[in-house]
Write a protein that binds this ligand. Structure first.
Ligand code: ADP
Ligand code: MG
Length: 570
Protein backbone atom coordinates (compact mmCIF):
# COMPACT_ATOMS: atom_id res chain seq x y z
CA UNK A 1 0.00 0.00 0.00
CA UNK A 2 1.07 3.57 -0.58
CA UNK A 3 0.56 7.00 0.95
CA UNK A 4 -2.35 7.45 -1.46
CA UNK A 5 -4.05 4.32 -0.14
CA UNK A 6 -3.61 5.65 3.40
CA UNK A 7 -5.10 9.00 2.42
CA UNK A 8 -8.08 7.33 0.74
CA UNK A 9 -8.61 5.07 3.73
CA UNK A 10 -8.52 7.97 6.21
CA UNK A 11 -10.96 9.99 4.15
CA UNK A 12 -13.27 6.99 3.96
CA UNK A 13 -13.40 6.51 7.75
CA UNK A 14 -13.96 10.22 8.39
CA UNK A 15 -16.81 10.66 10.89
CA UNK A 16 -16.95 6.99 11.85
CA UNK A 17 -16.53 5.75 15.45
CA UNK A 18 -12.97 5.82 16.74
CA UNK A 19 -12.25 2.04 16.61
CA UNK A 20 -12.40 2.18 12.80
CA UNK A 21 -8.87 3.63 13.03
CA UNK A 22 -7.75 0.03 13.68
CA UNK A 23 -8.13 -0.55 9.93
CA UNK A 24 -5.12 1.71 9.31
CA UNK A 25 -2.67 -0.70 10.92
CA UNK A 26 -0.08 -1.71 8.37
CA UNK A 27 2.75 -0.47 6.20
CA UNK A 28 2.66 2.31 3.60
CA UNK A 29 5.24 3.20 0.96
CA UNK A 30 5.78 6.93 0.71
CA UNK A 31 8.45 6.78 -2.00
CA UNK A 32 11.48 7.89 -0.02
CA UNK A 33 10.40 6.38 3.31
CA UNK A 34 8.11 3.67 4.66
CA UNK A 35 5.50 4.42 7.32
CA UNK A 36 4.27 1.72 9.62
CA UNK A 37 1.24 2.16 11.88
CA UNK A 38 2.15 -0.33 14.59
CA UNK A 39 -0.34 0.17 17.40
CA UNK A 40 -3.59 2.10 17.25
CA UNK A 41 -4.99 3.71 20.39
CA UNK A 42 -8.47 2.61 21.53
CA UNK A 43 -9.86 6.11 22.03
CA UNK A 44 -8.68 9.71 21.73
CA UNK A 45 -7.83 9.90 25.45
CA UNK A 46 -5.75 6.69 25.63
CA UNK A 47 -1.97 6.63 25.19
CA UNK A 48 -1.30 7.80 21.66
CA UNK A 49 -0.81 5.41 18.75
CA UNK A 50 2.67 4.08 17.97
CA UNK A 51 4.11 4.63 14.52
CA UNK A 52 7.50 4.08 12.94
CA UNK A 53 9.24 5.07 9.77
CA UNK A 54 12.14 3.56 7.89
CA UNK A 55 14.31 5.93 5.87
CA UNK A 56 17.03 4.37 3.69
CA UNK A 57 20.39 6.13 3.91
CA UNK A 58 20.30 6.25 0.13
CA UNK A 59 17.36 8.66 0.44
CA UNK A 60 18.40 10.60 3.55
CA UNK A 61 22.00 10.89 2.28
CA UNK A 62 23.27 10.34 5.83
CA UNK A 63 27.07 10.09 5.50
CA UNK A 64 28.45 6.73 6.65
CA UNK A 65 31.15 8.23 8.88
CA UNK A 66 28.43 9.63 11.16
CA UNK A 67 27.59 6.08 12.26
CA UNK A 68 30.90 4.31 11.64
CA UNK A 69 31.34 3.24 15.29
CA UNK A 70 28.88 2.68 18.16
CA UNK A 71 30.00 5.95 19.82
CA UNK A 72 29.52 8.03 16.70
CA UNK A 73 26.25 6.29 15.91
CA UNK A 74 24.80 7.04 19.35
CA UNK A 75 25.82 10.69 19.06
CA UNK A 76 24.18 10.95 15.64
CA UNK A 77 21.04 9.11 16.78
CA UNK A 78 20.63 11.61 19.61
CA UNK A 79 21.00 14.51 17.21
CA UNK A 80 18.33 13.07 14.91
CA UNK A 81 15.97 12.43 17.83
CA UNK A 82 16.39 16.04 18.95
CA UNK A 83 15.86 17.35 15.42
CA UNK A 84 12.76 15.17 15.01
CA UNK A 85 11.46 16.35 18.37
CA UNK A 86 11.89 20.01 17.44
CA UNK A 87 10.14 19.44 14.12
CA UNK A 88 7.26 17.66 15.90
CA UNK A 89 6.85 20.64 18.21
CA UNK A 90 6.48 22.92 15.26
CA UNK A 91 3.98 20.63 13.54
CA UNK A 92 1.94 19.39 16.50
CA UNK A 93 -1.40 21.09 16.27
CA UNK A 94 -3.79 20.38 19.06
CA UNK A 95 -7.04 19.87 17.21
CA UNK A 96 -10.03 18.00 18.60
CA UNK A 97 -10.43 15.83 21.69
CA UNK A 98 -7.90 14.14 23.92
CA UNK A 99 -4.50 13.76 22.31
CA UNK A 100 -5.83 14.55 18.81
CA UNK A 101 -3.16 15.96 16.53
CA UNK A 102 -0.24 15.25 18.84
CA UNK A 103 2.94 14.02 17.24
CA UNK A 104 5.87 13.40 19.54
CA UNK A 105 9.08 11.46 19.98
CA UNK A 106 11.02 10.42 23.09
CA UNK A 107 13.24 13.48 23.53
CA UNK A 108 16.82 12.97 24.73
CA UNK A 109 18.10 14.92 27.72
CA UNK A 110 21.68 16.13 28.09
CA UNK A 111 23.03 12.56 28.13
CA UNK A 112 23.79 10.81 24.86
CA UNK A 113 22.16 7.44 25.53
CA UNK A 114 21.35 4.81 22.93
CA UNK A 115 17.56 4.97 22.51
CA UNK A 116 14.98 2.83 20.78
CA UNK A 117 13.27 5.90 19.28
CA UNK A 118 16.03 6.37 16.69
CA UNK A 119 18.10 3.43 15.52
CA UNK A 120 20.58 3.86 12.70
CA UNK A 121 21.34 0.60 10.91
CA UNK A 122 23.75 -0.22 8.12
CA UNK A 123 21.37 0.80 5.35
CA UNK A 124 18.49 2.67 6.97
CA UNK A 125 17.32 4.67 9.96
CA UNK A 126 14.27 3.60 11.97
CA UNK A 127 12.38 6.27 13.91
CA UNK A 128 9.63 5.40 16.39
CA UNK A 129 7.17 8.00 17.63
CA UNK A 130 3.68 8.63 18.96
CA UNK A 131 0.67 10.15 17.23
CA UNK A 132 -2.68 11.13 18.70
CA UNK A 133 -5.04 10.16 15.88
CA UNK A 134 -7.53 13.03 15.61
CA UNK A 135 -11.16 12.85 16.72
CA UNK A 136 -14.11 15.01 17.58
CA UNK A 137 -15.61 13.34 20.62
CA UNK A 138 -15.31 9.72 19.54
CA UNK A 139 -15.77 10.41 15.83
CA UNK A 140 -12.77 10.05 13.57
CA UNK A 141 -11.47 13.21 11.95
CA UNK A 142 -10.20 11.38 8.91
CA UNK A 143 -9.26 14.48 6.93
CA UNK A 144 -7.16 15.87 9.79
CA UNK A 145 -5.51 12.47 10.16
CA UNK A 146 -4.73 12.41 6.45
CA UNK A 147 -3.20 15.90 6.65
CA UNK A 148 -1.17 14.89 9.68
CA UNK A 149 0.19 11.65 8.27
CA UNK A 150 0.53 12.40 4.58
CA UNK A 151 1.48 16.09 4.70
CA UNK A 152 2.86 17.14 8.13
CA UNK A 153 4.78 13.93 8.77
CA UNK A 154 6.70 14.02 5.47
CA UNK A 155 7.60 17.64 6.28
CA UNK A 156 8.94 16.60 9.68
CA UNK A 157 10.97 13.80 8.11
CA UNK A 158 12.24 16.15 5.47
CA UNK A 159 13.48 18.76 7.93
CA UNK A 160 14.74 16.38 10.64
CA UNK A 161 16.16 13.35 8.87
CA UNK A 162 17.36 14.44 5.40
CA UNK A 163 21.01 15.29 5.68
CA UNK A 164 21.01 18.13 3.12
CA UNK A 165 18.46 19.94 5.34
CA UNK A 166 20.47 19.52 8.56
CA UNK A 167 23.22 21.65 10.02
CA UNK A 168 26.22 19.54 9.02
CA UNK A 169 28.49 21.01 11.70
CA UNK A 170 25.98 20.44 14.45
CA UNK A 171 25.32 16.80 13.60
CA UNK A 172 29.05 16.12 13.22
CA UNK A 173 29.66 17.68 16.65
CA UNK A 174 27.31 15.12 18.23
CA UNK A 175 29.13 12.17 16.62
CA UNK A 176 32.57 13.54 17.47
CA UNK A 177 31.72 14.57 21.02
CA UNK A 178 30.51 11.06 21.77
CA UNK A 179 33.60 9.54 20.16
CA UNK A 180 36.01 11.75 22.12
CA UNK A 181 34.24 11.04 25.42
CA UNK A 182 34.37 7.27 24.85
CA UNK A 183 38.02 7.58 23.87
CA UNK A 184 38.88 9.16 27.24
CA UNK A 185 36.77 6.63 29.14
CA UNK A 186 38.58 3.77 27.42
CA UNK A 187 41.95 5.33 28.35
CA UNK A 188 41.08 5.83 32.03
CA UNK A 189 41.79 2.29 33.14
CA UNK A 190 45.08 1.93 31.26
CA UNK A 191 46.26 5.17 32.91
CA UNK A 192 44.91 3.93 36.27
CA UNK A 193 42.52 6.84 36.56
CA UNK A 194 39.01 6.97 37.95
CA UNK A 195 37.97 10.16 36.23
CA UNK A 196 38.93 13.19 34.20
CA UNK A 197 37.59 16.76 34.20
CA UNK A 198 38.72 18.90 31.28
CA UNK A 199 39.96 22.43 31.79
CA UNK A 200 37.18 24.80 30.80
CA UNK A 201 34.37 22.37 31.66
CA UNK A 202 31.17 23.91 33.03
CA UNK A 203 29.95 21.77 35.93
CA UNK A 204 26.97 23.53 37.55
CA UNK A 205 23.50 23.26 36.00
CA UNK A 206 21.09 26.08 35.28
CA UNK A 207 18.84 25.01 38.16
CA UNK A 208 17.70 22.00 40.13
CA UNK A 209 15.16 21.24 37.43
CA UNK A 210 17.11 22.41 34.40
CA UNK A 211 20.02 20.24 33.34
CA UNK A 212 21.42 22.76 30.87
CA UNK A 213 24.68 24.49 31.83
CA UNK A 214 24.60 27.42 34.28
CA UNK A 215 25.17 30.65 32.38
CA UNK A 216 28.28 32.58 33.47
CA UNK A 217 29.60 29.78 35.65
CA UNK A 218 33.27 29.67 36.65
CA UNK A 219 34.98 27.29 34.18
CA UNK A 220 36.85 24.33 35.63
CA UNK A 221 40.60 24.64 36.01
CA UNK A 222 42.86 21.77 37.05
CA UNK A 223 45.56 22.10 39.69
CA UNK A 224 48.95 21.82 37.93
CA UNK A 225 49.95 18.74 39.93
CA UNK A 226 46.95 16.76 38.67
CA UNK A 227 46.91 17.94 35.08
CA UNK A 228 47.10 15.34 32.31
CA UNK A 229 46.32 15.60 28.64
CA UNK A 230 44.65 13.39 26.06
CA UNK A 231 45.05 13.44 22.28
CA UNK A 232 41.48 13.04 21.15
CA UNK A 233 40.34 11.71 17.78
CA UNK A 234 38.46 14.94 17.04
CA UNK A 235 38.98 17.76 19.55
CA UNK A 236 42.79 17.56 19.42
CA UNK A 237 44.78 17.72 22.65
CA UNK A 238 42.80 18.52 25.79
CA UNK A 239 44.11 18.92 29.33
CA UNK A 240 42.38 18.64 32.67
CA UNK A 241 42.32 17.17 36.14
CA UNK A 242 42.98 13.44 36.32
CA UNK A 243 41.85 11.67 39.49
CA UNK A 244 43.95 8.52 40.00
CA UNK A 245 42.73 5.25 41.44
CA UNK A 246 42.93 5.21 45.24
CA UNK A 247 41.23 7.23 47.95
CA UNK A 248 40.38 10.79 46.96
CA UNK A 249 38.90 13.36 49.27
CA UNK A 250 37.13 16.48 48.03
CA UNK A 251 37.10 19.18 50.73
CA UNK A 252 36.41 22.90 50.94
CA UNK A 253 34.10 25.39 52.57
CA UNK A 254 30.36 25.07 52.24
CA UNK A 255 29.05 26.35 48.91
CA UNK A 256 32.45 26.16 47.20
CA UNK A 257 31.29 23.59 44.62
CA UNK A 258 32.11 20.18 46.14
CA UNK A 259 28.78 18.48 45.44
CA UNK A 260 28.65 20.08 42.00
CA UNK A 261 31.98 18.44 41.13
CA UNK A 262 30.90 15.06 42.46
CA UNK A 263 27.55 15.27 40.63
CA UNK A 264 29.37 15.97 37.38
CA UNK A 265 31.63 12.96 38.00
CA UNK A 266 28.66 10.72 38.72
CA UNK A 267 27.05 11.74 35.41
CA UNK A 268 30.45 11.21 33.78
CA UNK A 269 29.59 7.54 33.32
CA UNK A 270 27.46 8.82 30.40
CA UNK A 271 28.40 10.95 27.41
CA UNK A 272 26.94 14.43 27.02
CA UNK A 273 25.75 16.67 24.23
CA UNK A 274 28.08 19.22 22.67
CA UNK A 275 27.99 22.50 24.65
CA UNK A 276 26.64 20.74 27.74
CA UNK A 277 29.75 21.82 29.62
CA UNK A 278 30.37 18.28 30.85
CA UNK A 279 31.15 16.66 27.50
CA UNK A 280 34.73 16.06 28.65
CA UNK A 281 33.90 15.20 32.27
CA UNK A 282 34.43 11.46 32.23
CA UNK A 283 34.18 8.76 34.86
CA UNK A 284 34.86 5.07 34.59
CA UNK A 285 31.83 3.27 33.20
CA UNK A 286 31.32 1.34 36.46
CA UNK A 287 31.56 4.29 38.88
CA UNK A 288 28.76 4.02 41.39
CA UNK A 289 27.35 6.75 43.62
CA UNK A 290 26.24 5.28 46.92
CA UNK A 291 23.95 7.18 49.24
CA UNK A 292 21.82 6.74 52.32
CA UNK A 293 18.17 5.94 51.64
CA UNK A 294 16.42 5.21 54.90
CA UNK A 295 13.17 3.34 54.52
CA UNK A 296 14.27 1.19 51.58
CA UNK A 297 14.10 -2.59 51.75
CA UNK A 298 17.22 -4.76 51.86
CA UNK A 299 17.28 -8.50 51.12
CA UNK A 300 19.98 -10.68 52.70
CA UNK A 301 22.97 -8.44 52.14
CA UNK A 302 26.12 -9.17 54.12
CA UNK A 303 26.73 -5.87 55.90
CA UNK A 304 29.38 -7.28 58.23
CA UNK A 305 32.26 -5.24 56.74
CA UNK A 306 30.46 -2.16 58.11
CA UNK A 307 27.84 -3.33 60.57
CA UNK A 308 28.48 -6.05 63.15
CA UNK A 309 26.34 -7.54 65.89
CA UNK A 310 23.05 -5.62 66.00
CA UNK A 311 20.92 -5.04 69.10
CA UNK A 312 18.55 -7.94 69.67
CA UNK A 313 21.03 -10.35 68.07
CA UNK A 314 19.88 -9.49 64.52
CA UNK A 315 22.14 -11.03 61.92
CA UNK A 316 24.13 -8.55 59.86
CA UNK A 317 25.74 -11.14 57.57
CA UNK A 318 22.39 -11.71 55.87
CA UNK A 319 20.72 -8.44 56.67
CA UNK A 320 17.09 -8.20 55.67
CA UNK A 321 14.73 -5.35 56.41
CA UNK A 322 11.66 -3.63 55.06
CA UNK A 323 12.80 -0.35 56.54
CA UNK A 324 16.54 0.31 56.54
CA UNK A 325 18.17 3.05 58.61
CA UNK A 326 20.43 5.66 57.07
CA UNK A 327 23.62 3.75 57.88
CA UNK A 328 22.34 0.27 56.98
CA UNK A 329 20.86 1.53 53.70
CA UNK A 330 24.16 3.10 52.69
CA UNK A 331 26.18 0.07 53.81
CA UNK A 332 23.84 -2.10 51.71
CA UNK A 333 24.29 0.24 48.73
CA UNK A 334 28.09 -0.15 49.03
CA UNK A 335 27.98 -3.95 49.23
CA UNK A 336 25.45 -4.12 46.37
CA UNK A 337 27.68 -1.85 44.25
CA UNK A 338 30.71 -4.08 44.87
CA UNK A 339 28.62 -7.10 43.90
CA UNK A 340 28.07 -5.58 40.43
CA UNK A 341 31.85 -5.44 40.00
CA UNK A 342 32.02 -1.67 40.42
CA UNK A 343 35.58 -0.51 41.16
CA UNK A 344 34.85 3.13 41.94
CA UNK A 345 32.54 4.44 44.67
CA UNK A 346 31.36 8.05 44.91
CA UNK A 347 30.04 9.41 48.21
CA UNK A 348 28.81 12.86 49.23
CA UNK A 349 28.46 13.95 52.84
CA UNK A 350 25.19 15.73 51.97
CA UNK A 351 23.40 12.44 51.31
CA UNK A 352 25.38 10.08 53.53
CA UNK A 353 24.79 8.68 56.99
CA UNK A 354 27.38 10.48 59.16
CA UNK A 355 27.74 7.52 61.52
CA UNK A 356 28.65 5.29 58.61
CA UNK A 357 31.35 7.70 57.42
CA UNK A 358 33.07 8.71 60.66
CA UNK A 359 33.22 8.31 64.43
CA UNK A 360 35.51 10.71 66.25
CA UNK A 361 37.76 10.02 69.23
CA UNK A 362 35.43 11.53 71.82
CA UNK A 363 32.50 9.44 70.65
CA UNK A 364 34.72 6.36 70.79
CA UNK A 365 35.41 7.18 74.45
CA UNK A 366 31.80 7.74 75.30
CA UNK A 367 30.35 4.70 73.52
CA UNK A 368 32.21 1.46 74.23
CA UNK A 369 33.23 -0.48 71.11
CA UNK A 370 30.98 -3.41 72.04
CA UNK A 371 27.99 -1.04 72.05
CA UNK A 372 28.66 0.27 68.55
CA UNK A 373 27.94 -2.16 65.73
CA UNK A 374 29.20 0.19 63.02
CA UNK A 375 32.72 0.07 61.62
CA UNK A 376 32.86 3.43 59.89
CA UNK A 377 33.82 3.62 56.22
CA UNK A 378 36.94 5.63 57.18
CA UNK A 379 38.47 2.48 58.66
CA UNK A 380 37.72 0.34 55.60
CA UNK A 381 38.40 2.74 52.75
CA UNK A 382 42.16 1.96 52.55
CA UNK A 383 41.70 -1.78 52.53
CA UNK A 384 38.86 -1.42 50.06
CA UNK A 385 41.42 0.04 47.69
CA UNK A 386 44.55 -1.94 48.59
CA UNK A 387 42.99 -5.37 49.05
CA UNK A 388 39.89 -5.16 46.87
CA UNK A 389 40.98 -2.72 44.15
CA UNK A 390 38.02 -0.41 44.76
CA UNK A 391 38.68 3.33 44.58
CA UNK A 392 36.67 5.95 46.44
CA UNK A 393 35.97 9.61 45.79
CA UNK A 394 34.43 11.20 48.86
CA UNK A 395 33.11 14.71 49.45
CA UNK A 396 33.55 15.67 53.09
CA UNK A 397 33.79 19.22 54.40
CA UNK A 398 33.05 18.62 58.07
CA UNK A 399 35.78 16.29 59.32
CA UNK A 400 39.51 15.74 58.88
CA UNK A 401 39.31 12.05 59.74
CA UNK A 402 39.91 11.00 56.14
CA UNK A 403 43.24 12.87 55.82
CA UNK A 404 45.09 9.72 56.95
CA UNK A 405 43.62 7.17 54.53
CA UNK A 406 43.43 9.62 51.59
CA UNK A 407 45.92 9.40 48.72
CA UNK A 408 44.74 12.71 47.31
CA UNK A 409 43.00 15.69 48.89
CA UNK A 410 41.38 18.13 46.49
CA UNK A 411 40.28 21.41 48.05
CA UNK A 412 37.72 23.59 46.30
CA UNK A 413 38.14 27.32 46.68
CA UNK A 414 35.53 29.41 44.90
CA UNK A 415 34.89 26.46 42.56
CA UNK A 416 38.58 26.17 41.66
CA UNK A 417 40.29 22.95 42.83
CA UNK A 418 43.66 22.99 44.59
CA UNK A 419 45.83 20.01 45.44
CA UNK A 420 45.87 20.12 49.26
CA UNK A 421 47.35 16.65 49.79
CA UNK A 422 50.65 17.89 51.30
CA UNK A 423 48.94 20.32 53.67
CA UNK A 424 46.42 17.73 54.79
CA UNK A 425 49.12 15.12 55.39
CA UNK A 426 51.08 17.59 57.54
CA UNK A 427 48.10 17.71 59.88
CA UNK A 428 48.21 13.94 60.37
CA UNK A 429 50.05 12.79 63.46
CA UNK A 430 52.66 10.19 62.44
CA UNK A 431 52.75 8.87 66.04
CA UNK A 432 49.12 7.81 66.03
CA UNK A 433 48.61 4.21 65.03
CA UNK A 434 46.59 3.69 61.89
CA UNK A 435 42.91 3.02 62.39
CA UNK A 436 42.63 1.08 59.17
CA UNK A 437 40.96 -2.30 59.38
CA UNK A 438 41.61 -5.03 56.82
CA UNK A 439 38.89 -6.48 54.64
CA UNK A 440 39.12 -10.07 53.50
CA UNK A 441 38.46 -9.88 49.74
CA UNK A 442 37.62 -13.59 49.64
CA UNK A 443 34.65 -12.88 51.91
CA UNK A 444 33.20 -10.09 49.78
CA UNK A 445 31.57 -10.54 46.37
CA UNK A 446 33.60 -8.29 44.09
CA UNK A 447 32.18 -9.71 40.85
CA UNK A 448 28.62 -10.61 39.87
CA UNK A 449 29.42 -14.35 39.81
CA UNK A 450 30.94 -14.30 43.31
CA UNK A 451 27.70 -13.31 44.96
CA UNK A 452 25.98 -15.86 47.14
CA UNK A 453 22.72 -13.98 46.78
CA UNK A 454 20.44 -16.07 44.58
CA UNK A 455 16.89 -14.95 44.21
CA UNK A 456 13.94 -17.15 44.94
CA UNK A 457 12.33 -16.98 41.49
CA UNK A 458 8.80 -17.16 42.86
CA UNK A 459 9.31 -13.99 44.84
CA UNK A 460 10.42 -12.00 41.82
CA UNK A 461 7.98 -13.56 39.42
CA UNK A 462 5.59 -10.78 38.50
CA UNK A 463 2.99 -13.28 37.31
CA UNK A 464 2.68 -15.08 40.61
CA UNK A 465 -0.90 -13.90 40.98
CA UNK A 466 -1.84 -13.48 37.37
CA UNK A 467 -2.38 -16.97 35.97
CA UNK A 468 0.45 -16.92 33.53
CA UNK A 469 -0.08 -13.59 31.81
CA UNK A 470 3.16 -12.60 30.13
CA UNK A 471 5.60 -10.85 32.44
CA UNK A 472 5.75 -7.67 30.44
CA UNK A 473 2.07 -6.98 30.87
CA UNK A 474 2.66 -7.07 34.63
CA UNK A 475 5.59 -4.65 34.63
CA UNK A 476 4.72 -1.00 34.21
CA UNK A 477 6.79 2.13 34.38
CA UNK A 478 5.02 5.31 35.31
CA UNK A 479 8.00 7.63 35.07
CA UNK A 480 11.65 7.53 36.04
CA UNK A 481 10.56 7.36 39.66
CA UNK A 482 8.71 4.10 39.97
CA UNK A 483 8.18 0.71 38.46
CA UNK A 484 5.24 -1.59 39.09
CA UNK A 485 6.48 -5.14 39.23
CA UNK A 486 3.56 -7.54 39.57
CA UNK A 487 1.92 -6.69 42.88
CA UNK A 488 4.88 -4.57 43.95
CA UNK A 489 6.04 -1.06 43.42
CA UNK A 490 9.78 -0.42 43.14
CA UNK A 491 10.77 3.09 44.19
CA UNK A 492 13.50 4.27 41.82
CA UNK A 493 13.53 7.89 42.93
CA UNK A 494 16.78 7.79 44.89
CA UNK A 495 18.89 5.76 42.47
CA UNK A 496 21.45 8.48 41.75
CA UNK A 497 22.61 7.58 38.25
CA UNK A 498 19.20 6.77 36.77
CA UNK A 499 18.76 9.84 34.62
CA UNK A 500 15.96 9.24 32.13
CA UNK A 501 12.37 7.96 32.07
CA UNK A 502 13.25 5.68 29.18
CA UNK A 503 15.97 4.07 31.31
CA UNK A 504 13.29 3.21 33.87
CA UNK A 505 11.22 1.58 31.11
CA UNK A 506 14.29 -0.31 29.93
CA UNK A 507 14.85 -1.58 33.46
CA UNK A 508 11.27 -2.86 33.54
CA UNK A 509 11.73 -4.52 30.14
CA UNK A 510 15.08 -6.04 31.15
CA UNK A 511 13.64 -7.47 34.37
CA UNK A 512 10.75 -8.98 32.39
CA UNK A 513 13.24 -10.48 29.97
CA UNK A 514 15.26 -12.00 32.82
CA UNK A 515 12.13 -13.47 34.40
CA UNK A 516 10.87 -14.90 31.09
CA UNK A 517 14.24 -16.49 30.41
CA UNK A 518 14.45 -17.91 33.94
CA UNK A 519 17.86 -16.33 34.57
CA UNK A 520 17.13 -15.99 38.28
CA UNK A 521 16.62 -19.73 38.67
CA UNK A 522 20.14 -20.61 37.62
CA UNK A 523 22.44 -17.76 38.64
CA UNK A 524 23.32 -15.52 41.56
CA UNK A 525 21.27 -12.36 41.41
CA UNK A 526 23.92 -9.96 40.04
CA UNK A 527 25.14 -12.52 37.52
CA UNK A 528 21.59 -13.03 36.24
CA UNK A 529 21.33 -9.28 35.81
CA UNK A 530 24.71 -9.11 34.07
CA UNK A 531 23.52 -11.78 31.62
CA UNK A 532 20.40 -9.69 31.06
CA UNK A 533 22.42 -6.60 30.23
CA UNK A 534 24.65 -8.63 27.92
CA UNK A 535 21.59 -9.96 26.09
CA UNK A 536 20.11 -6.46 25.85
CA UNK A 537 23.40 -5.07 24.51
CA UNK A 538 23.81 -7.77 21.90
CA UNK A 539 20.96 -6.25 19.87
CA UNK A 540 19.49 -2.82 19.41
CA UNK A 541 17.28 -1.79 22.34
CA UNK A 542 14.10 -2.27 20.33
CA UNK A 543 14.66 -6.05 20.50
CA UNK A 544 14.13 -5.95 24.25
CA UNK A 545 10.56 -4.64 24.17
CA UNK A 546 8.33 -2.22 22.32
CA UNK A 547 8.07 1.34 23.63
CA UNK A 548 10.63 4.04 24.32
CA UNK A 549 13.73 2.58 25.95
CA UNK A 550 17.17 4.00 26.70
CA UNK A 551 20.47 2.35 27.48
CA UNK A 552 21.01 1.16 31.07
CA UNK A 553 23.91 -0.09 33.18
CA UNK A 554 24.16 -3.16 35.36
CA UNK A 555 24.45 -0.84 38.38
CA UNK A 556 21.00 0.73 37.93
CA UNK A 557 19.36 -2.57 36.96
CA UNK A 558 20.73 -4.20 40.11
CA UNK A 559 19.82 -1.20 42.27
CA UNK A 560 16.23 -1.46 41.03
CA UNK A 561 15.79 -5.15 41.77
CA UNK A 562 17.49 -4.70 45.14
CA UNK A 563 14.64 -2.35 46.08
CA UNK A 564 11.90 -4.87 45.25
CA UNK A 565 10.09 -5.41 48.55
CA UNK A 566 9.01 -8.94 47.71
CA UNK A 567 12.57 -9.98 46.86
CA UNK A 568 13.49 -13.19 48.69
CA UNK A 569 17.03 -14.53 48.63
CA UNK A 570 17.77 -18.23 48.87
P1 ADP B 1 29.16 22.49 48.34
O1 ADP B 1 28.81 21.07 48.08
O2 ADP B 1 30.64 22.71 48.38
O3 ADP B 1 28.48 23.05 49.54
P2 ADP B 1 27.74 23.06 45.88
O4 ADP B 1 28.42 22.17 44.94
O5 ADP B 1 26.41 22.65 46.38
O6 ADP B 1 28.69 23.39 47.13
O7 ADP B 1 27.67 24.47 45.16
C1 ADP B 1 27.10 25.61 45.78
C2 ADP B 1 26.50 26.53 44.74
O8 ADP B 1 27.49 27.02 43.87
C3 ADP B 1 25.47 25.83 43.87
O9 ADP B 1 24.35 26.69 43.75
C4 ADP B 1 26.16 25.67 42.54
O10 ADP B 1 25.26 25.71 41.46
C5 ADP B 1 27.12 26.84 42.50
N1 ADP B 1 28.32 26.51 41.72
C6 ADP B 1 29.02 25.36 41.77
N2 ADP B 1 30.05 25.37 40.92
C7 ADP B 1 30.02 26.59 40.30
C8 ADP B 1 30.83 27.21 39.30
N3 ADP B 1 31.86 26.59 38.76
N4 ADP B 1 30.47 28.45 38.90
C9 ADP B 1 29.40 29.07 39.45
N5 ADP B 1 28.61 28.54 40.38
C10 ADP B 1 28.90 27.32 40.82
MG1 MG C 1 27.57 19.77 49.16
Amino acid sequence: MTNHDLETLLHRIDGRPYPAYKDTRGTYEFGDFTLSIDKVQGDPFASPSRLSIIVPHADSELPADLFASPSRRTGTENFLALAFSRACHRASAHSGSGKSGLIAIDTPGQELLARSCVEIGDTETIVRFAVGLPANGRRIRGRSAADLLTRDLPDIIDSALYYPNLDANEIRAFAETAEDADFIRAELSSRKLVSFVADGAILPRASGIDERPMPNAVPFQSPDSLRQSFDLPNAGTVSGMAIPEGVTLIVGGGYHGKSTLLNALERGVYNHQPADGRELVIARADANKVRAEDGRSVAKVDLSPFIGQLPGGKDSTAFTTENASGSSSQAAAIIEALETGSKALLLDEDISATNLLIRDARMQQLIAPDKEPITPFVQRVRSLYEDCGVSTILVLGGSGDYFEPADLVIGLDNYIPKDLTQEAKKLCDPQTASNDLKLDPSKIALQPDQSNRSANPVSINPYTHSRGRPARSRIKTRDARSLTFGENEIDLSLIPQLVDNSQARAIGAALAYAVENRFFETHPLPEALEKTIAAANSHRLSHLAPGDLAQIRLQELAASLNRLRSLRIK
